[in-house]
Design a protein around this ligand. Structure first.
Ligand code: 13P
Length: 255
């Protein structure tokens, strides 16, 4: 069985309510003729309900940009998996490098979020990636392995449709410096090997691994041509309707 490609747009801290509605409507129109691949958008929390309405009748999936690990309680500033599900939002980005580096989210905290989301029916898009310093120091694989093992500690995953991993090298995020296709493939294959050591091999073989970091309409085709690149997590270019339209219509694999 082939892995179904997924293009996900991470809007980060962008869009007012009005802008979010218009952008979601544009994505829904763009995705109307897309077959054999999934399209997802992750607006800010404030726009999730509105975007959920705007996506009614479309195949575009909705994700949040983070998620708490419990159903409800005294967790000021957090949003629970149950709250997301109630909006028709079935996925959440977890462990994004901006959460790790700007807000100090630790591997242990990220692990809690992933575990809680999975237990409460929200699919995590779990992000890992090395900094430039770590890459230059020859530590890329050590960092990836550690983030994966700690982030996925004590997690049972029998169903590959319940988890997505995103490889986002920190030095490639928002910099216009994309990983080469060779660097992306090498990291994705390594991530898949680690997943195979944590879960059943057949499950690891089916978990989708997205690449993120300066993906745009010019480089998406060559990145998607790599065998272990199953999709893209797109930041800046997902805010531009024409660019995102071209990205979701990348040339190449479908399933
Ligand atoms: P850019 O596509 O803007 O580099 O952002 C990537 C990213 O962080 C997606 O989560």
């Amino acid at each position: 069985m082939q892995r179904r490609p997924l293009i996900a747009g991470n809007w980060k801290m962008h869009t007012t309510l009005t802008e979010a509605r218009a952008l979601a409507e544009a994505v829904a129109r763009s995705a109307a003729d897309v077959e054999g691949r999934d399209v997802m958008i992750a607006p800010p929390f404030t726009a999730l309900a509105e975007v959920s309405l705007a996506l009614r009748g479309s195949t575009v999936q909705l994700a949040a940009q983070n998620v708490c690990w419990v159903e409800q309680g005294a967790f000021t500033g957090e949003i629970s998996p149950v709250m997301l599900s109630s909006l028709g939002c079935g996925a959440a980005i977890v462990g994004h490098s901006e959460r790790r580096h700007i807000f100090g989210e630790s591997d242990a905290l990220i692990n809690k979020r992933i575990k809680g989301a999975m237990a409460l029916g929200v699919m995590p898009l779990f992000c890992v990636g090395e900094t430039l310093e770590e890459r230059d120091g020859g530590n890329t694989f050590l960092v990836l392995e550690s983030q994966l093992r700690l982030g996925l500690a004590d997690i049972v995953c029998n169903d590959p449709a319940r988890l997505i991993v995103a490889y986002e090298p920190v030095w490639a995020i928002g910099t216009g410096k994309t990983a080469t296709t060779g660097q992306a493939q090498e990291a994705h294959a390594f991530i898949r090997d680690i997943l195979a050591s944590l879960f059943e091999k057949s499950v690891a073989g089916q978990i989708r691994i997205l690449y993120g970091g300066s993906v745009n309409s010019d480089n998406v085709d060559i990145l998607m041509a790599e065998p272990d690149v199953d999709g893209a997590l797109v930041g800046g270019a997902s805010l531009k309707p024409e660019s995102f339209h071209r990205i979701i219509h990348f040339q190449g694999k479908t399933a």
